[in-house]
Write a protein that binds this ligand. Sequence first.
Ligand SMILES: Nc1ncnc2c1ncn2[C@@H]1O[C@H](COP(=O)(O)OP(=O)(O)OP(=O)(O)O)[C@@H](O)[C@H]1O
Ligand SMILES: [Mg+2]
Length: 343
Amino acid sequence: MQQNNSFLVLFLEPVREFLADDGVSEILINGPSDIYIERAGKLQRVNARFVSENGLRAAAANIAKSVGRQLDDAHPRLDARLPDGSRVHAIIPPLSRIGTVIAIRKFKKDALTVADMLKFGSIDENVLATIRSLVLGHKNIIVSGATSSGKTSVLNAISSFIPEGERVIVIEDASELRLQQTHVVPLETRKPDKNGQGEVSIRDLIHSALRLRPDRIVIGEIRGGEALDLLQALNTGHAGSMSTIHANSPIDCLRRIETCALLAGIEIPLAALRAQVASAIDAVIHTARLSDGSRKVVSIAEILPLENADYRVRELIKWETTSIAPDGRVSGRFAPVAPGIPA
Ligand SMILES: Nc1ncnc2c1ncn2[C@@H]1O[C@H](COP(=O)(O)OP(=O)(O)OP(=O)(O)O)[C@@H](O)[C@H]1O
Ligand SMILES: [Mg+2]
């Protein structure tokens, strides 16, 4: 039994081999007998099965219990991080109509480095140099992309360009980032207890961070009203901050930040909000998972001032697919777009 996922192995015997296999990044259990894994970016169905729905549901409830939470009729959804760092989401019937569903994102012992990303072709030297100069230039950067496109991995890797000696406050829901610098203060949110008390949100932690003399603030992911707090922090001089957001393109990223900021519930005219977004964010690094399962930085865009009250971006580099081989392998290049960027 591997030390780092002993908790899961205890309850999830039927998928033990995948928990122990470092090549498997995700395990997706869709009811007792329909199980998938992700290996090297590709999903595949596997033969494993649980004895029954009851057995699977008991396993899920035990995982919940092991982290001090409940999974039952009154709490039919579980969002948890296990002691080994793995992330688990579970949802039970009747919300799930095919039985208990569990998704496990395994914790990778070694986070991807920029060197790995170069080796995998996720970036090239030119992309790397551009990102490095954005970070060193204290630009505020958002890494955007679809679910599981590699946003957190990019954020983690590019944080390595933050010079030693700067004080970095890291804010996350579930701790995933592993910054290498010595002067890092990691903060983590807290869910409410069973009486609904004691919640500490990303918004609360941004307020704390601002009083902790940050040079830079790194937020794991923007999902809601904290976008407004972040915009205000950035516009009052915390240059060089970074975060990620779920979005389909650099422009969509700005729109998503706007939508999230509106969730803060504070009346603010749209024009004023857009002006805040456009001035707070300097660049968007957009990531994607291509059809062959590879993850790439597919666009780096600089944010320009508003025009006719709408967003404008200027792409510096973008990925161009040139061919897709019969085995699905995608070829292409990172093409410099804007003038002044060396080829
Ligand atoms: N450049 C890459 N090359 C190969 N695998 C990668 C790369 N980037 C990320 N991965 C793998 O893809 C999976 C998802 O990565 P990551 O958590 O960074 O994505 P994400 O976009 O932040 O996901 P989410 O939407 O859940 O927050 C992980 O298993 C990670 O190890
Ligand atoms: Mg992420």
